[in-house]
Design a protein around this ligand. Structure first.
Ligand SMILES: NC(=O)c1ccc[n+]([C@@H]2O[C@H](COP(=O)([O-])OP(=O)(O)OC[C@H]3O[C@@H](n4cnc5c(N)ncnc54)[C@H](OP(=O)(O)O)[C@@H]3O)[C@@H](O)[C@H]2O)c1
Length: 324
């Protein structure tokens, strides 16, 4: 069934189905959808899991890995737009988290696309990641750069799942697909917030600088991650977009700055050889060779500007040192 009208012509308020409503981006998104008067259905795996139930019009209970039940609840909600912010990164073992997230991104996204199409949704907006680019060429990469599907180990599996997820969404002829490639997510309840995984590692001097620390990270505040979803409900052409701040930063820059903000010790320095024996492969990759991402496409096509243009103020605000 071809699309009858582009999203830009669909009248608002819209009916929006949010998978991942209880997560760090979902929590930032729900109040803003409510402010704009959209009709919102939140997907949860367990009834009663959603705090702030007054922010939504309906709650649907299903697991994205259960295609039949998922299809039924999506059809019942009859959405114009389906939003997916589903991952398994809350799992305490990162290897397990990455593996489960890969399954969710691959099979779970295909289930959601199929459910969305069967329900007559016009658009699907999914969470993808800007860290998946092949670390070759320029320091800061745009959306045309290839994904690193040949990366080793679990990371290769994760990037292939990202590629499969984006393919399922962007090549489906019956729905407009948008893949939002977030940078490292920070904001309330994330790994960078007080008590979060990275926060505690840096306070405990467990995240060192490696070699000359030239690996780049592009960051995304959860408010910006949610803000772009809001803009993309009707704006922008289908496709992939980097959703990152304006300041990709080398680890030798952001890590000592973040350590000062969280009141931790200055990061220790390791040689590459030392790091390879003491740290996991992915951490060494991120700290030494990962590339940054540019938000140029989003700025040009939507006129988007991040509310948090630099991680410097974003981290300081998160840790109570900046008025925000
Ligand atoms: N997103 C990334 O690329 C990434 C990468 C590295 C680190 N992190 C860190 O990970 C933390 C979590 O952020 P996040 O946004 O990735 O995850 P999150 O805040 O935990 O959100 C994930 C959402 O997915 C839902 N979900 C999980 N499995 C599901 C399933 N089978 N069916 C339906 N819904 C399901 C969860 O619902 P339930 O309430 O049912 O669990 C939750 O709403 C942050 O601190 C971030 O810093 C994120």
């Amino acid at each position: 069934m071809p699309l009858s009208a582009p999203m830009s012509e669909v009248p608002v308020p819209l009916r929006v189905f949010v998978a991942g409503a209880t997560g760090v981006v979902g929590r930032a998104l729900l109040p803003r959808l409510r402010e704009r008067g959209h009709h919102v259905t939140a997907l949860v795996r367990q009834a009663g899991r959603l705090e702030g139930g007054d922010l939504v019009d309906a709650v649907a209970v299903a697991d994205v890995m259960d295609p039949r039940r998922l299809r039924r609840v999506v059809q019942e909600s009859a959405p114009d737009v389906v939003v997916c912010q589903v991952t398994a990164f809350r799992h305490p073992d990162f290897d397990v988290a990455l593996h489960r997230t890969s399954r969710l991104r691959d099979a779970g996204t295909r289930n959601l696309v199929s459910a969305a199409v069967s329900a007559g949704a016009r658009r699907i907006i999914i969470q993808s990641m800007a860290a998946a680019y092949c670390p070759h060429g320029h320091d800061v990469l745009d959306e045309e750069a290839p994904l690193w599907t040949e990366a080793p180990g679990r990371w290769g599996e994760a990037v292939r799942a990202v590629a499969a997820m984006e393919d399922a969404v962007l090549t489906c002829p019956n729905i407009e697909g948008i893949a939002l490639r977030y940078g490292a997510l920070y904001g309330p309840r994330t790994w960078y917030a007080p008590g979060g995984t990275i926060h505690e590692k840096v306070r405990g001097s467990a995240l060192p600088l490696v070699d000359d620390g030239v690996g780049l990270t592009s960051f995304t505040h959860t408010e910006d991650a949610a803000g772009v979803v809001l803009e993309m409900l009707t704006g922008g052409d289908p496709g992939a977009y980097n959703v990152v701040d304006n300041e990709p930063a080398e680890s030798m820059e952001w890590l000592p700055a973040y350590a000062r903000i969280v009141g931790g010790p200055a990061p220790v320095s390791l040689t590459l050889d030392q790091a390879r024996t003491q740290l996991d492969w992915l951490t060494v990759h991120q700290l030494t060779e990962q590339r940054g991402a540019t938000n140029f496409r989003l700025r040009e096509t939507l006129g988007w500007r991040p509310a948090w243009p630099s991680w410097r103020e974003g981290f300081a605000s998160l840790c109570g040192l900046w008025p925000g």
